[in-house]
Write a protein that binds this ligand. Structure first.
Ligand SMILES: NC(=O)c1ccc[n+]([C@@H]2O[C@H](COP(=O)([O-])OP(=O)(O)OC[C@H]3O[C@@H](n4cnc5c(N)ncnc54)[C@H](OP(=O)(O)O)[C@@H]3O)[C@@H](O)[C@H]2O)c1
Length: 313
């Protein structure tokens, strides 16, 4: 087995990825990722492959649209694409974030693999349509890949519009989101009765509620999953600040706590794409490393969760 820090051949990496207990597709790579296979998962409704690490924008991209902020976040976005990133998740709920995504994308060249995801977050059909059109304008894209109903808000009204838009090829996928465990039973009922391409919810090493019903249901029904709050809004780093990673983290190619947290999630076979948010290039580079190498199997994931429990006590 190759040691940490030693360069791995593509053959080694293919072997290692194949050794993982979960099905991971090896996709085409770009930029700095060129010599390494990016971990990808399949969107069940289309068969399209998507890089397992995406990018969130809540708070991190909700900043003044100044030249300095734009250049700083364009650098973060370049690192994201250089390391094989594709999906950027935003929402009209996040203040300036959609506009900042648009501003940064205008300054970034290496964005061929871009997959855009935003949300509708208002009441009423006409308000929803106006908001979705505005989102595409703000993000500077002709077509949004994934349009999600944010926090189940007025979902029946928006769903009928989204179905029509999808049939007219104005969007490619339809999704629905929450970040509150208390909405899981309502979300479950919706997913059981209505066809969705994607469902987005919170899931991380200390918030495992989604394992009970939502992840198994998504797997059973062939719905792609987007995982928000993978770092519990940053709380996980505060919990393990000044604590060392266990030596066995190297067995799943983790060199940092961020990679430990992200690989815990990525090891679940029903996870399609994880969307950590960051405003820093070094954190982006760190997070994107979780999209390479070995992933934990079920036994290793329990070991990771147990270790985390002891760290937080
Ligand atoms: N209902 C919904 O639809 C919903 C709800 C919640 C979230 N979301 C989506 O999910 C995304 C992710 O959730 P989130 O933003 O709430 O929380 P998160 O991704 O769990 O945590 C973000 C925090 O982690 C820090 N961080 C990121 N990478 C780091 C690293 N490598 N080392 C140290 N610190 C790091 C960031 O600070 P730095 O800037 O300093 O790196 C930031 O404070 C959101 O941005 C949004 O797109 C959707």
């Amino acid at each position: 087995m190759s040691q940490q820090g030693n360069p791995l051949s593509r053959r080694d990496l293919l072997k290692l990825a194949g050794a993982s207990s979960v099905g991971v597709a090896l996709g085409p790579t770009v930029g700095l990722a060129a010599n390494r296979p990016t971990l990808k998962r399949t969107i069940p409704s289309s068969g399209e492959k998507l890089a397992i690490i995406g990018m969130g924008t809540s708070r991190t991209f909700d900043v003044a649209l100044s030249a300095a902020n734009t250049e700083k976040l364009a650098k973060v976005t370049r690192v994201f694409f250089d390391r094989g990133g594709q999906l950027i998740d935003t929402s009209p709920m996040y203040g300036n974030a959609e506009s900042m995504v648009g501003e940064t994308l205008r300054r970034v060249q290496n964005k061929k693999a871009l997959f855009t995801a935003t949300k509708v977050w208002t009441d009423g059909r006409d308000a929803g349509i106006a908001q979705m059109k505005r989102s595409a304008e703000r993000m500077g894209v002709g077509k949004i890949d994934l349009m999600q109903i944010h926090n189940l808000r007025d979902w029946k009204t928006h769903l009928s519009v989204l179905r029509r838009w999808k049939s007219e090829q104005k969007i490619r996928y339809i999704g629905i989101t929450t970040s509150h465990g208390r909405f899981h039973s309502e979300l479950k009922k919706i997913l059981e009765t209505e066809p969705f391409d994607f469902v987005q919810f919170s899931y991380n090493i200390v918030d495992r509620q989604a394992e009970k019903e939502i992840l198994p249901l998504a797997q059973e029904k062939g719905i792609a999953t987007l995982i928000n709050r993978p770092f519990q809004r940053g709380d996980l780093f505060r919990a393990t600040k000044a604590k060392s990673l266990p030596s066995w983290a190297a067995d799943i190619d983790c060199r940092s706590w961020a990679q430990f947290y992200l690989k815990f999630i990525a090891g679940h076979p029903a996870v399609t794409c994880i969307i950590p948010a960051t405003s820093k290039t070094e954190h982006m580079a760190d997070n994107m490393e979780a999209g390479y190498g070995r992933l934990p199997d079920a036994k290793m994931r329990e070991k990771m969760a147990a270790f985390m429990g002891t760290q937080m006590r």
